[in-house]
Design a binder for this molecule. Structure first.
Ligand SMILES: [Zn+2]
Length: 170
């Protein structure tokens, strides 16, 4: 790693500290130039050279777009008491999960399911809104069954990581 000091540009560095960052998705390293002593930070992340393709309901394929996932979440959460940071957090979790589970292609219904499961924990209204559009209930009966299930089993605790590792589990 070349030293960022323009008067130096040596390539030999010592790693003086190394720790997980971005919730384990990256490694943060503090480096020190062996020549001039300048310290700087680098991040190591998994390369996603191959873009994940989404298979839409009509069979066509589009590149996975995290912004579209977030837009769908924001739409479902419209006028609900949900912080923007929570919506972004859900979108990030969904994107990470999909990249972990699917190497090249993912069915659009899987994306819907992944978002819906997380929204269910956050807000029942946002969840039903989202589910009715993206989760593709096939009939009114399916929809009614989901609402009944939601009432019977309060949506808590499936994803303790949703709000960060620091929060104690209840
Ligand atoms: Zn240097």
């Amino acid at each position: 790693m070349r030293c960022p000091n323009p008067d130096c540009t040596a390539v030999d560095t010592n790693v003086v500290d190394s720790r997980p960052a971005e919730e384990g998705g990256a490694v943060r390293r503090r480096r020190e130039c062996k020549a001039c002593g300048r310290r700087f930070t680098t991040f190591e992340r998994i390369e996603r050279a191959e873009r994940l393709m989404v298979i839409k309901r009509d069979g066509s394929r589009v590149a996975f777009d995290g912004e579209r996932v977030l837009a769908g979440i924001q739409q479902a959460c419209s006028k609900r008491p949900i912080e923007a940071a929570i919506m972004e957090r859900i979108a990030t979790l969904v994107e990470d999960e999909l990249h972990r589970r699917f190497a090249r292609e993912v069915d659009s219904a899987e994306i819907g399911r992944s978002v819906a499961v997380k929204l269910r924990e956050v807000d029942p209204v946002a969840y039903i809104r989202y589910a009715s559009v993206y989760y593709a209930f096939r009939s009114v009966e399916d929809f009614a069954a989901e609402i009944t299930a939601l009432q019977e089993r309060p949506p808590v605790g499936d994803h303790p990581t949703l709000f960060g590792e620091g929060k104690p589990k209840s």
